[in-house]
Design a protein around this ligand. Sequence first.
Ligand code: 3HC
Length: 524
Amino acid sequence: MAIQTAGVVGLGTMGAGIVEVFARAGLEVVAVEVDDALLAAGQKRLEGSLGKAVDRGKLDAAERDAILGRVEFTIDRAALARADLVTEAVPERLDIKTALFADLDAICPPATILATNTSSLPVTRVATATGRPDRVLGMHFFNPAPVMRLVEVVHTVRTDADVVAAVRALAEKCGKTPVVVGDRAGFVANALLFGYLNAAARAAETGQAAVADIDAAVVAACGFPMGPLTLMDLIGLDVSLDVMETMFDETRDQRYAPAPLLRRLVMAGDLGRKTGRGYYRYDAGEALSVLPVPDFATGAARSTATVVMVTTTDSSIHAAMPGVDLVEPDDAADADVVIIDGGSRIRTAELLARVTRVAKAGAVIAIATTDEAPVLAMTAGIADRGYIVGVHVPHSPRPGVVEVVATVHSHPDAVATVVAAMREAGLSPIACRDRPGHVIDYLVLPHLGDAVRMVDDGYASQTDVDVAMTLGCGYPEGPFAMLAAVGADDARSVLSHLAAATHLPSLAPSALLDELAAAGPEDQ
Ligand code: 3HC
């Protein structure tokens, strides 16, 4: 059954993008909105997107005209009767979707396939609003729909195999890669994405680090096309909130309970890029964070600081800064910044005691911290802790990110001086508070752990997960390749610690992660 005519209901950013995808693939499209104003706005979106493609030389004017010529814009839903498949991108509310599907069931001939582009609502519930649950499924596109190559094809326990095959073929005809999965909240990509996005929302809200720093650090650590807060602004904070609510309802996992500030931003009407304001403001030519930069990250760096390192081990910090001179503790007297890595909490504390005896007044001391040991736990007995900060090399898939960890005592100038020294050494530093997992381990490792758990649950294959995250979210490699780069054993031990420190059992490693960790690097 080849689909030649498609209907799309709802012409916001996503709906207009889906119209573009279908029309570019040569389908006739019936594009429907509820009133003339929304219809005109949807038409403008499509014309704007195609206009940009013409301006960039990606499309010629004749092709644009042919694409537009294939689209009928109407507020008359009855026109959908001529479509072979109707999909929708109306607001993420079950009452709205079920009412629409009941209506579509009455309008469309019995053979028409009805698809929902829901982000996370139960497709099964939408299907049961019709008299044809065997011809209903999810066809989930990703923002921006014309660009992202993933389409999740979501079948329920009632969907006909022929219908799944027809929609899979349609996705392929549109140049997309379909991943076929069952009906579970968030499907593959959103279920993985939104735990991570919510963790970023909480990190921003609690001032774990500055918003722009969180985004920059994740991009540097993982090679993602955008940081999590920028991505939420792209998706829409209202849509993000809806997805988290649905995920939380289904899983009862605290990690999906929406960050309170996210809810307030939505209440304020700050929905992200589409309203010009979300975690960032978009009215000044560049994206500016709307949240204040935390105090610890506002210091003035001491310029031309001399940096030395005191370490007795195969230090990850020394590996990250190989150009820094290694000295004995007693020879650190002239340095402006002394980095100490004793390899263990006790040894670092001993070296710190020796360095503080000789260090010149005002020298900044940066001590290596692990996920398990808070910086202040290693500074007991030292009178002035204002010039002591932590440094942490996160377990990131890509090297180069270093966390400069501020304690409650750390002077902002000390933090800024170490940040500047790290930048000088060619690293990507991020100033953050001393909290479990700091920034990168806290955001990224649970994300990878969730991917492993999803495979362990039997919901999706490793390939499905990798395809979903690379083609749906633009990741340079899938979560399993990222996990191999981090090392499953290290990821496992950090996640065990995070689960205990945060009292969030869903962070604990799954049995499959235990297995991967036991298997060693060559088997991952
Ligand atoms: N519409 C159409 N085309 C667009 C576009 C848009 N809104 N935005 C960008 N493009 C096109 C550009 O024209 C350009 O095309 P070209 O290569 O043919 O010239 C291409 O995309 C790259 O654009 P830019 O160079 O301007 O920008 P970037 O290279 O920075 O890429 C991005 C922009 C594609 C958005 C990239 O940053 C990205 O992949 N981000 C991640 C997006 C993501 O994760 N999406 C999924 C969100 S989850 C979701 O949607 C599910 C839902 O249920 C919540």
